[in-house]
Structure formats: structure tokens, C-alpha cells
Design a protein around this ligand. Structure first.
Ligand code: SF4
Ligand code: SF4
Length: 377
């Protein structure tokens, strides 16, 4: 098991959302537990979490801990409540923590930016790509797209020095209908400096969305084309997914939730204080993330470490199936995002549901590295 243990806590400040994205793993996946959650995390729950983190940190761990304010949509809690939560957390934790907020951007205004600036909370905006593609998936309850609001939020952050300092970049889910060149050009046009890409939450019980008659490696083809755009631009936009893959292929160490064999050291704290594994697993089975039955009001964080699924995420190498363990790409791929390996019958023991695409992509990256005369092992 990882010596450092859990180093990232995702706080579900609000359990509802002002959007209803078609692929959302909270509202449109297998898990339905959001419906039983209180709308907002209370300051008392935030305090209980802070005490648990403090006690956990004392147990000989010194990596920088990140608190991610998340939802649903975290800004729905309102600024006063958000600040109250920050005050309660800071009152117990003190300094030495990294705070970040992931929002769909719809409610972001200059008052929110002022609040984030005052508390040094960095801000990520969810953006899938150009309007036509973003608005296909990221819709509100009436089916209206949210691209304009996301772009407005990005522009707002980019309009001041403090906003630019706080803006940690965009996160978007790959949509095969959006040509990779268009996606990359859109990021450049918007002046995005950092972007993260995600493959759609999928597993063996719920395979990835693909167009009719698509080839099995279609995500690998897509990633390869997007990678070429990135490489040709001189890595003008920092894309964590590509950078981590590149580093691992060069024999360097890195931590990334998709690539490599580093622990997935993330815990999620739901609005009622439930202490859970990574919420990508909400797509896999109802109640799976809450299987250990833990809550920060009643359990120490170390109890999550000892739950079987969290144990597997913290020591990935010893929980790979045979196919991944014997795969020549294992040091780079590491079996991919663990939730993508989930199968109702064998847990995490299968390869990634994206395995063929991953191999296609890694073969492409290796060839590109050779062409560009870069030292890849
Ligand atoms: S903004 Fe996030 S939480 Fe809200 S529906 Fe979309 S994916 Fe889900
Ligand atoms: S998911 Fe596929 S490419 Fe990745 S390590 Fe497993 S077998 Fe290899």
C-alpha cells in the first residue's frame, strides 16, 4: 500500500446540479445515492472532515493534501455558505493545503472570483469543446446547452491577473463526434493554457459510447489525432493526459489517474459526510462507492484505506489482472483508469474496457517519439 495514503479529498459541497449532463456519473449512471443526500454539506460536516484529515495527517504522512470543492455544482451552495465552509476547514486545518474548485461555470461571477482570490482557491471549468459538441452533452434540465456560460466563465477568469492566477484550466470529456482538430483549435482560440481530457466513464458492464460501425480502436485513433495536434503545436496547451503518458514512456515517474501504476489516492466526501472511493465508480454499480459504509462523523479516514476497493486503488500493482500484469505496456498504461476495468463479475481484474484503444494510442505515441527523435525508452 502507498506510504503516503490518501492525498486528495473531493468534497461534494452540493449534491444537486444546475445541469444534467447526459454522461454524468452522479445523475445518469448506475448510482442513485445522490437522491438520499442532503442538498448541501453542512459546516459541521466540513469540520468533522477537517478533524479527520488532521488526525490522518499526523499519522506520519507529509505529502501536500488537496481539497477539491465539487458537486453536483459546488457554487449552488451560495457564497456565504461556501465561505463558512472555508472558514471551518481553515480553522481546524490551518495552512499547508491546496484548495481547488471544479465548476461548470454557469454561476461564476466576479463576486465568486473575489471569494476564491481571498481564499486562494484555484478554479477549473468543465468544457468539452466547441459549442455544437459541448452543448450536445452538457445541458440543463430543459436540454439547453451550457457552452456560452462556460466560455463566459473562462473569459471572466482570463480578464484579470488574479483570475488568470486562479484559473487551473479546463476539463472535458472526449466526444468522438467532435473532430480532434476542432477541439484543439477551440482550446487555442480560447487561450486555454491547461486542459485535461477524460474518456467517457465506462466499464465492462456499460461500454463506451461509439458511433455505429465504429472500429474497436476508435478512441485510440481519436487520441492519436488529438496528440498529433498537441505535438505539432509545440504542446502549446498543457494537456495532463498527454504529458503524463509521455513522461511514463520516457521512463520518468508521474502521478495521473489514467496512466501508470501510481496509487489512485483520492477519497470522496459526500454531502452527508459519507467517506468513499473515487466517484468514477458511481458509474459501475448502485452504492458501490459507499460499500464500506463509512462517514467522517463516525469513522477515521484510515478506515477507508483498509476497505477492499480503496486498498486496491492504493496499491494498484498488486491488484492487476493477469492480462495487464503481463502486458508489455503495463508500466505506462497500468491498466488505465481503474473504474474502466470494472466488470460486474470480476471487479478490477479485467483489462481496461479501452484496452485496444490504449494500445493503439501508445503505439502511435511511441512512433511519434521516434519520428521526433525524442528519447523514449
Ligand atoms: S456539471 Fe458535473 S455534476 Fe453537474 S450534471 Fe454535469 S457532469 Fe454532472
Ligand atoms: S489495459 Fe490493456 S494496454 Fe493497459 S496494461 Fe492492461 S492489457 Fe495492457
Amino acid at each position: 500500500m502507498s506510504k503516503e495514503g490518501i492525498d486528495t479529498f473531493v468534497l461534494k459541497l452540493h449534491s444537486r446540479c444546475n445541469l444534467n449532463c447526459r454522461y454524468c456519473n452522479i445523475y445518469n449512471g448506475a448510482d442513485t445515492s445522490y437522491a438520499l443526500q442532503p442538498a448541501r454539506m453542512t459546516p459541521e460536516t466540513a469540520e468533522a472532515l477537517a478533524r479527520r484529515i488532521r488526525e490522518y495527517k499526523r499519522a506520519d504522512r507529509d505529502s501536500l493534501v488537496t481539497l477539491v470543492f465539487h458537486g453536483g455544482e459546488p457554487l449552488l451552495v451560495g457564497r456565504r455558505h461556501f465561505e463558512n465552509i472555508l472558514e471551518r476547514l481553515a480553522g481546524i486545518l490551518g495552512s499547508g493545503y491546496r484548495w481547488t474548485c471544479q465548476t461548470n461555470g454557469v454561476l461564476l461571477d466576479r463576486h465568486w472570483v473575489d471569494l476564491f482570490a481571498a481564499w486562494d482557491v484555484s478554479v477549473g471549468i468543465s468544457l468539452d469543446g466547441p459549442a455544437q459538441h459541448h452543448d450536445h452533452s452538457r445541458v440543463d434540465a430543459k436540454g439547453q446547452g451550457s457552452h456560452a456560460a462556460a466560455v463566459q466563465a473562462i473569459r471572466l477568469l482570463q480578464s484579470t491577473a488574479v483570475g488568470r492566477r486562479l484559473f487551473s484550466g479546463t476539463i472535458g470529456v472526449i466526444n468522438l463526434a467532435c473532430p480532434p482538430e476542432e477541439l484543439f483549435e477551440h482550446l487555442i482560440e480560447l487561450g486555454i493554457e491547461r486542459a485535461e481530457i477524460l474518456l467517457p466513464d465506462s466499464h465492462w458492464g456499460s461500454p463506451p459510447p461509439v458511433p455505429q460501425n465504429a472500429i474497436t480502436t476508435c478512441y485510440g485513433e481519436y487520441l492519436s489525432q488529438l496528440f498529433d495536434c498537441w505535438l505539432v503545436s509545440g504542446a502549446k496547451v498543457r494537456v495532463g493526459f498527454f504529458e503524463a503518458c509521455w513522461r511514463l514512456m520516457s521512463g520518468q515517474k508521474t502521478c495521473h489517474e489514467f496512466w501508470g501504476l501510481a496509487p489512485l489516492s483520492v477519497a470522496v466526501v459526500d454531502a452527508d459526510g459519507s467517506l468513499e472511493i473515487h466517484d468514477a465508480f458511481r458509474m459501475c454499480a448502485d452504492g458501490l462507492t459507499k460499500q464500506a459504509g463509512l462517514n467522517v462523523h463516525t469513522h477515521p479516514i484510515v478506515a477507508l484505506e483498509t476497505s477492499p476497493l480503496m486498498g486496491a486503488l492504493l496499491s494498484p500493482q498488486s491488484h492487476l489482472g493477469e492480462q495487464c500484469a503481463q502486458c508489455s505496456w503495463c508500466n505506462v498504461c497500468g491498466g488505465g483508469m481503474p473504474a474502466h476495468r470494472w466488470s460486474p463479475s470480476s471487479g478490477l481484474l479485467k483489462p481496461s474496457v479501452y484496452c485496444e484503444s490504449i494500445k493503439k494510442f501508445l503505439t502511435h505515441v511511441r512512433a511519434a517519439a521516434t519520428i521526433y527523435h525524442l528519447s523514449v525508452g
